[in-house]
Design a protein around this ligand. Structure first.
Ligand SMILES: Nc1nc2c(c(=O)[nH]1)N[C@H]1C(S)=C(S)[C@@H](COP(=O)(O)O)O[C@H]1N2
Ligand SMILES: [Mo]
Length: 224
């Protein structure tokens, strides 16, 4: 790891303007870098018995299917190192994850050719929409490990989606379903004022200009 990256890690919150030039291009506008891992979600942290946890695949597919945790572990596993960016203005660089690449899973799912959109369903009553093309990027995985360890409950154990190139609300924790759709449909935050596309480098935070995000919102939340 570079010295500057090492130094950066000692600081809790670094504004983009204060970040080393060789890292600055990785930090989207309006974001602050943290070495910590904020915990954000609606509702309670769900608890599971791994043996009865399932991931249901439905909608525009040839036939509905259900995957167990072991089914997913039996598939090729992919490690990803990526930066993550939350709409509440924190970014975290060089995060390490492991799981099943969405592109590796897709051939098993029997999605119909006109299913261009996906709704990811998660507990508790969370959902988020992502175009299939975005899910097919090389670094999109269904993650079950973070930083060399199984996911913690609060970060989405046993399985979460990881879509590094979009704001982190698209990276649903506690995923339970993948629904293929012909037409796009907004998920939870997308129905509640957030941008449908969520590209952090384009600052696609909100669906309306009237919304805003205070700079220190995330610092009031829980962290690892
Ligand atoms: N099931 C579920 N997944 C969720 C959320 C949620 O409320 N429920 N919140 C999203 C939001 S807004 C963010 S920023 C990230 C936070 O993930 P973290 O707690 O691991 O940092 O989870 C996303 N995934
Ligand atoms: Mo978020």
């Amino acid at each position: 790891m570079h010295n500057k990256a090492e130094r950066l890690k000692k600081v809790t919150a670094v504004r983009k303007a204060d970040i080393a030039p060789e890292l600055a291009h990785r930090v989207p506008p309006g974001q602050t870098v943290t070495e910590r891992f904020p915990i954000l979600h609606e509702g309670e942290v769900p608890r599971y018995d791994l043996g009865s946890w399932t991931l249901r695949v439905f909608g525009e597919v040839d036939r509905e299917q259900t995957f167990s945790f072991d089914d997913l572990l039996a598939l090729p596993q992919t490690k990803i190192v990526c930066d993550i960016h939350c709409v509440t203005r924190w970014s975290k660089l060089d995060t390490e994850w492991e799981g099943v690449k969405f592109a590796d899973l897709l051939p098993l799912l029997g999605a119909k050719t006109d299913a261009k959109y996906v709704m990811i369903h998660a507990d508790e009553d969370y959902d988020t929409n992502v175009p299939l093309a975005d899910l097919l990027r090389e670094d999109v995985i269904l993650a079950h490990r973070f930083d060399g360890e199984p996911l913690t409950d609060k970060h989405g154990w046993p399985m979460r989606l990881l879509v590094p190139h979009l704001y982190f609300w698209k990276s649903a924790k506690w995923i339970r379903g993948i629904e293929f759709m012909k037409e796009d449909r907004p998920g939870f935050w997308e129905r509640n004022g957030f941008h449908n596309d969520a590209d952090p480098f384009e600052e696609q935070r909100f669906s309306s200009e009237e919304n805003s995000m205070p700079e220190d919102e995330w610092m009031k939340k829980e962290f690892d």
